[in-house]
Ligand binder design. Structure first.
Ligand SMILES: CC(C)(COP(=O)(O)OP(=O)(O)OC[C@H]1O[C@@H](n2cnc3c(N)ncnc32)[C@H](O)[C@@H]1OP(=O)(O)O)[C@@H](O)C(=O)NCCC(=O)NCCS
Length: 333
C-alpha cells in the first residue's frame, strides 16, 4: 500500500534520492518543480519547514511535498507548499495524496512552476483557485539598444541621487503602485536596505521629471545581479507553438551566463497622473539603453500575469516569456 510520511528532517540518503527525483521531473517537465529555496531546505530540521514523503507500495520514494513558513503567521497565510511526483509514477493518485497532506499541514497556497496542465487540473480538482501568475520575460540586448530614446516633450531624465531623492522615490513608488500588494508598501527603510546591496547602482535608477513642475513622475530601476538565476530551457510544447519565440528562448538559455548575468528591469513605475501619456515605452527603453551600454547581452524581467498593459508593452519591445509560475490558494481566504 502506498503511504505518506511527514518528517521534520531528511537524512542524507533520502535527500540524494529526492534530488534525483527532482532532476527526473525537471527533465520531463522542462521546468523545476521544486524551487531553489525549497531544495535548499531538504536536509536537517529548519523552523517552519515540513517535509512530506510519498512511498509506493514497494517502498520506493515516488513523490515529495514541502510546506515552508508553517506556523509563521497567526492566520497561517504565509505557509506555502511545493510538490512533485516522479514522472514514471504519475496518474496513480500520489499527487492528490501529497496535496491533501500539505494542505492538512497548514499550507495556504501551492506554487506550480511552469503552470503545467497536470498541476492546474490537480489544484482545481482540490478546490484551489489560481490567485497569481508570475511571468519571467527576456530578450537579447543589441548595439541598437544603447542609444537613449527620445522622451515625450516636457520630460527630462536624470539618475537617482542617494540621500537627496530617497523620500521622493518612496512617495513616487507608493503612488505608482497604490494597488500593488507588495511593491506599493515599500518604506524608506526598505529602500535603504536595497541601496545597501552590492548590486545597487544609482546610475541604473533613472528618474523622469516633468519640466514644468520639476517633480519626478516616473522611474526605471535596473538591476545587474551576478547571482541572478540562469534562464530556463524552453519546454517542448513551446517549441511547437511559436518557433521564433522558442528560438530566442533557446538562445537565451544556451548562453548559460557565459556573457555574464542578464540585466534586469527591476521596477518601472509611472505616477497615476501621468499614466496613459506614452511614457511607458520610452521609460522601458531608457533602462534597456543603460544596460546595453554596460555591455550586457540580455535583459529579463518579472511581471504579474494580470498586468496586461505591462505585458503588452514588453512584448512590443521584443520580450518573450521564458518562464511562468502560478500560485494556487485555498478558496475563500
Ligand atoms: C501535478 C502532479 C503533482 C500530479 O501528480 P500525479 O501523481 O500524477 O497526480 P494524481 O494521480 O494524484 O492526479 C490527481 C488528479 O489531478 C488531475 N491530473 C493529474 N495529472 C493530470 C494530467 N496530466 N492531465 C489532466 N489532469 C491531471 C486529475 O484530476 C487527477 O485525477 P484523476 O487521475 O482521477 O483524473 C505531477 O504532474 C507533477 O509532479 N508535476 C510537476 C510538479 C508540479 O507541477 N507541482 C505543482 C502541483 S500543484
Amino acid at each position: 500500500m502506498a503511504r505518506t510520511a511527514r518528517v521534520l528532517d531528511v537524512d542524507l540518503a533520502t535527500a540524494a534520492l529526492l534530488h534525483d527525483l527532482f532532476a527526473r521531473a525537471e527533465e520531463a517537465d522542462g521546468v523545476e518543480a521544486i524551487s531553489e529555496a525549497f531544495r535548499l531546505a531538504v536536509g536537517p530540521a529548519r523552523e517552519g519547514v515540513v517535509h512530506i514523503l510519498r512511498y509506493a507500495g514497494d517502498g520506493t520514494v515516488v513523490g515529495y511535498g514541502q510546506v515552508a513558513g508553517a506556523g509563521t503567521s497567526a492566520a497561517g497565510t504565509a505557509a506555502v507548499a511545493e510538490l512533485v511526483v516522479d514522472p514514471s509514477h504519475r496518474r496513480q493518485g500520489h499527487g492528490r495524496a501529497l496535496l491533501e497532506a500539505v494542505l492538512a499541514d497548514g499550507a495556504h497556497s501551492v506554487w506550480a512552476h511552469g503552470l503545467l496542465p497536470a498541476a492546474d487540473a490537480l489544484a482545481r480538482s482540490a478546490g484551489l483557485v489560481m490567485t497569481r501568475s508570475l511571468y519571467r520575460m527576456a530578450r537579447p540586448l543589441t548595439a541598437d539598444d544603447a542609444a537613449d530614446p527620445v522622451m515625450p516633450a516636457g520630460f527630462s531624465v536624470r539618475a537617482f541621487e542617494p540621500g537627496t531623492d530617497d523620500e521622493t522615490w518612496v512617495g513616487l513608488n507608493a503612488a505608482a503602485f497604490a494597488s500593488h500588494p507588495e511593491q506599493g508598501r515599500l518604506t524608506l527603510e526598505d529602500l535603504h536596505e536595497r541601496m545597501a546591496q552590492p548590486w545597487f547602482d544609482p546610475e541604473g535608477l533613472l528618474l523622469v521629471e516633468d519640466d514644468e513642475t520639476g517633480r519626478a513622475v516616473a522611474f526605471h530601476w535596473t538591476k545587474v545581479d551576478p547571482a541572478h538565476p540562469a534562464t530556463p530551457r524552453p519546454r517542448l510544447s513551446d517549441r511547437r507553438r511559436n518557433a521564433a519565440a522558442a528560438a530566442l528562448r533557446r538562445d537565451l538559455a544556451d548562453d548559460g551566463g557565459r556573457t555574464g548575468p542578464p540585466g534586469e528591469v527591476y521596477v518601472v513605475g509611472v505616477h497615476p497622473a501621468y499614466q496613459g501619456r506614452g511614457l511607458g515605452t520610452p521609460l522601458t527603453r531608457l533602462g534597456l539603453a543603460h544596460l546595453a551600454r554596460r555591455g550586457l547581452a540580455a535583459v529579463e524581467l518579472y511581471v504579474d500575469g494580470d498586468n496586461a498593459a505591462a505585458r503588452r508593452t514588453y512584448e512590443r519591445l521584443g520580450f518573450v516569456d521564458v518562464a511562468v509560475d502560478g500560485q494556487y490558494t485555498r478558496a475563500g481566504t
